[in-house]
Design a protein around this ligand. Structure first.
Ligand SMILES: [Zn+2]
Length: 525
């Protein structure tokens, strides 16, 4: 899911609303367990002697049954179940003999700790403007900030993105209530709108404003905005400033009904409880398998999968029964986490030419926090990171294939196809293109840095009721999985990783791709 939980939230909404309607009734009722085919994969001769063929269904199943067990309570970022999963993965790395890739207090460690925080929703907020009293929910949404009770003449600063003529005009706004226009000249989707909002908050804080009021009239309906901000969020703690972020509110100005706030001489009183924050420490788990080739071992292939999921009950943001409120996340993403564990096992048994960084990511469901943090704090130089084979899944409705998001764009098509074929699976490229999936999972944190990064995902061609039946639902548990298929998926993933790590040349973005220029900049071509 994309760079912050916002798009994930709105995309999730899109997923739940759009897919059921749009898609014709596909023939893929919960796929019957294809006994014959599943049990005897048509392995080609080429892999029979490879460790991939020794991966057993039982070990795949036992790992998944632990990671997606009720005991781990849906592995929500910042919660004990998430930390238990991280510990489990780290000890598997230790058992397999991977080298710790991170360090804590100078000590080698498998844990890349990330200071995160739980940001609770505001419980009250009012703003008095002339004879109007605006209230939390209907007219106001509190983005960040501590408790506040300020009265003063507001100052309008355009979009509030610069100190120039189209912004603050260099004015001193220390202790003032600043009003700005929502969005930005070129912000379109939720991600850009939120990104611009974050930049405004940063500048307002730097200029010492007492509060920031954003007049919101963008594309996302206010109902969604309100729903999003009345939920607890997880975010990466701002360790640089450390202090309480500036009090930042959005005002529902859909019909420009509060345009008077742009005029000089307006006095406003703002009172809010703000959004309480508590630490929610979490960690990525990372291990290294050193390559065998004296030259190529300086290059790294990343195998990434997020191990967090959405937790229990209300936390999950999805409907649930009182009888089952645990979002086990077997498909999303115990499936992928076990794939990187199995790949680790066989790649350390028979090392490839390039080195491999195995990276279990946290914080994906709350906005790709683990992968975006990693991209800013890489454990091996990004310049030497030549590929990221990410694996994540919303579910599957076709167990004869593996689907690959970004297959045509990231330069390792032949290897990925050969690996799937070797284990009796077909390849489907770019499933559900209307969903823009490439930019919605951890791979995009690598792609944005210029590293070719597709997502290797369980078989589906389009979203249908089988997918939405399990996507972020409490019934996404191990019992509902087709383990013979998961077994073959893990083997194909591990073999794809091997073939890519053994390539004579490193994969390249397809010409003209959105991320090609970032690749050129990173690798200095
Ligand atoms: Zn996922």
């Amino acid at each position: 899911m994309p760079t912050n939980s916002v798009i994930a939230f709105f995309a999730g909404l899109a997923l739940t609303t759009a897919s059921v309607q749009a898609q014709p009734r596909s023939s893929t009722k919960a796929p019957p367990r294809p006994k014959a085919v599943a049990e005897a994969p048509t392995r080609t001769g080429s892999v029979a002697n490879l460790p991939e063929s020794t991966i057993s269904r039982a070990e795949v199943e036992s790992h998944i049954r632990f990671l997606a067990s009720d005991e781990l309570q849906g592995r929500r970022t910042g919660e004990p179940g998430n930390q238990t999963a991280a510990r489990y993965i780290a000890e598997q790395f230790r058992l397999l003999g991977l080298k710790p890739a991170a360090s804590i207090d100078g000590q080698a460690s498998y844990f890349q700790s990330i200071a995160m925080e739980r940001v609770k929703a505001a419980s009250s907020a009012i703003m008095i403007v002339g004879k109007d009293t605006l209230k939390l929910g209907k007219e106001l949404a509190v983005m960040t900030g501590g408790p506040a009770d300020v009265t003063g003449e507001v100052l309008y600063a355009g979009y509030g993105l610069t100190d120039g003529d189209d912004g603050y005009k260099g004015r001193n706004v220390k202790g003032r209530i600043v009003v700005v226009q929502g969005g930005s000249p070129d912000a379109k989707g939720p991600g850009e709108i939120f990104k611009a909002s974050g930049a405004k908050r940063k500048l307002a804080a730097e200029k010492g404003a007492a509060a920031l009021i954003e007049l919101y009239s963008e594309s996302i309906p206010w109902g969604f905005v309100n729903q999003y901000f009345s939920r607890e969020q997880i975010s990466i703690a701002n360790t640089t400033t450390g202090g309480t972020p500036v009090t930042h509110l959005w005002v529902n100005n859909a019909n420009n009904q509060y345009k008077q706030l742009k005029e000089a001489g307006q006095t406003v009183t703002l009172r809010t409880t703000g959004r309480p924050r508590t630490p929610a420490p979490s960690a990525n788990v990372a291990g290294i398998i050193e390559g065998t080739d004296p030259k190529l071992k300086e290059e790294y292939v990343v195998l990434s999968a997020h191990f967090d999921h959405i937790g229990v009950g209300k936390q999950g943001g999805s409907p649930y029964q009182s009888t089952d409120s645990i979002f086990n996340g077997a498909r999303d993403n115990a499936f992928g986490t076990v794939s990187i564990l199995m790949a680790s096992k066989v790649l350390i048994q028979q090392r490839p030419k390039r080195s491999v960084l195995v990276l279990a990511l946290t914080g994906e469901e709350v906005g790709l926090l683990g992968s975006s943090y990693y991209a800013e704090h890489p454990l091996v130089p990004l310049k030497q990171t030549v590929f990221d084979l990410n694996t994540d899944g919303a579910g599957y409705n076709d167990t004869t294939i593996v689907s690959v998001i970004g297959l045509e764009r990231t330069g390792a098509k032949a290897e990925i196809e050969a690996a799937a074929t070797a284990f009796g699976l077909g390849i489907f490229a770019e499933p559900a293109p209307e969903q823009g999936l490439f930019d919605r999972s951890d791979n995009v944190s690598f792609a944005a840095k210029g590293i070719p990064a597709p997502t290797f995902t369980p078989g589906f061609k389009s979203f249908d009721e089988v997918i939405s039946k399990y996507y972020h639902q409490a019934i996404d548990n191990p019992e509902s999985l087709d383990f013979p298929y998961v077994h073959r998926f893990c083997q194909a993933y591990a073999y794809a990783a091997r073939l890519i790590a053994n390539r004579p040349t490193r994969p390249q973005w397809s010409v003209g791709d959105k991320y090609e220029s970032a690749g050129k900049a990173l690798y200095g071509q």
